[in-house]
Design a protein around this ligand. Sequence first.
Ligand code: NI
Length: 157
Amino acid sequence: MAIRTIRVMGDEILEKKCREIKEVTPRIQELIDDMFDTMYDANGVGLAAPQVGILKRVVVIDTDGTGYVLINPEIIETDGSQTGQEGCLSLPGKYGIVTRPNYVKVRAYDENMEPFELEGEGLLARAICHECEHLEGVMYVEHIEGELMDVETDIEE
Ligand code: NI
């Protein structure tokens, strides 16, 4: 396990489309493990492979204590809408208001390359949409309503 460097906006790798994964090799498994470590270390709720410099279609998400790995994810159903704050580990200290579906169903492959479907509402739905877009080279700032804002942080020493 290892924590990888998170690429920040401006790095052109975040603007590229990722390639499908055909097989979970030991190298891909290591990538997935490292992505979880990196996401948890940064207190994030989702991370996509291009954010650690790898142009492959895999994301990890944990919005509620359950870690999900989505390989080659494809959103197959959406419903409703939610408007709220969204941020990204590739744009630290910032957030914006983004409207997303309130419900999402995604089809993906797990670490054994078995297909499965995951349904999410609220924050999980938002995270699924956000992370899947990273695989297309899209950052959430393309959708923000109004200005990009600074997260107010309390500095305590
Ligand atoms: Ni992000």
